[in-house]
Every structure is written in C-alpha cells, then in structure tokens.
Write a protein that binds this ligand. Sequence first.
Ligand code: CDP
Length: 204
Amino acid sequence: MAFTIAIDGPAAAGKGTISRAVADHFGFAHLDTGLLYRAVGRKMLDGIAPIEAAENLVAEDLQDDSLRTPEVAQAASKVAVIPEVRAALVDFQRAFGRRSGGAVLDGRDIGTVICPEAEAKLFVTASAEVRADRRFRELIGNGLDVRFDDVLADVRERDARDMNRADAPLKPAADAVTIDTSKLDIEAAISAAISAIEAKRGIS
Ligand code: CDP
C-alpha cells in the first residue's frame, strides 16, 4: 500500500528530525529531498554545470561529507531556482513517494508540486531566530566554526530565495497542516506531527 507524507517548510525548521521520527514511527521510507539540491550545489562549487549535475546525479553524490555546510546550503538554494535542475529531479522523487510500504519526503515543494496527491501534508515552521539558533548549535556540534549572525543571515537569505522563485516556490499546500515549532521542544513537535498524520490516516 502506498501512503505519502509530505513535509515542507523553511530552512532549519526541524523537518529532517521530524521526518526521520515520523518515518520510524510508521515504518515508512524517508527521503530528504534537500540533499538532492545540496548534492547539485556541491557539484556547482566543484565547477560542474548545475543542469548537467542534476541530470547525472548518482547515489554516492548524496554521501559527500560537506553537504551539510552553510556554503553548500547557499549553493543548493541557488541551483534550486533553475527550472531544468528541478525538472531533472522530479521523477526520482515522485517514484519514491509512491513506493509501496509508505514514504515520507521532506523539502520545499513536496505537497505543492512533487506529491500533490499526498495523503498527509505538514508545513513545519518556526521563527527565523529560533531556526537559526537550532542550526547554529547543530553546526557547532558538528565541529564547524560558524557565527550565529552568519547562520541567521544564511537562513533569511535562503528563505527569501526559496519563497520568491518562480518555479515551485516555498509555500504551504492549501491542504497542509501547519506546525509552528518555535515554542515546542523536539518531542512535542514529533507528537504534533504524528497526531496530524494519524488524523489523515483515519480518513484515507
Ligand atoms: O536543512 P535545510 O532546511 O536548511 O535545507 P535543505 O532542506 O537541505 O534544502 C537546501 C536547499 O535546497 C533549500 O534552501 C532549497 O533552496 C532547496 N530545496 C528545494 O528547492 N526543494 C526541495 N524540495 C528541497 C530543498
């Protein structure tokens, strides 16, 4: 049985942690679609044309240790504006969404463009300061030498680019349940997500 859960939201909103926990809870497969754009961004930084990189992406490209750095995040949001890059990544994401056994995809355009028929859609958000604070701690925890102000600027800049692009801009699907995690700890955010999905499972 296919059951698709779409989880979208702005940078560092906690989509990754929530998506992994939701996938574990329901026994579904999980795809972090941001990694696809980060892998294309990484290749652009290495001098490869973004469209060519997107059309030839392979599984090993998603293993690169540098994909979580702010530099690659910025490059990802730049290549994500290019319609041909987005188009090259659509089929893989859609096929993943319809795999039997259930799937959780997190990103920016899953509920709106990639899987508009998803049975459950969440839009996970939080204030820019809270998101930047979480990302700052995560990057420091990973041993990166970053300043809070730079992380906040990165989050704001990417949000603006993601929301204002013409192709598949970041926005909640009309039928998405919004979860604002600004005042929720991770356990509460995961519970809220699971409850919202359970409600949809009951009626699907
Ligand atoms: O982890 P974080 O929320 O900071 O970013 P990400 O989900 O890894 O996404 C990195 C960048 O890829 C975003 O800023 C978007 O520009 C782009 N992206 C996208 O356009 N569409 C998606 N479905 C996922 C990511």
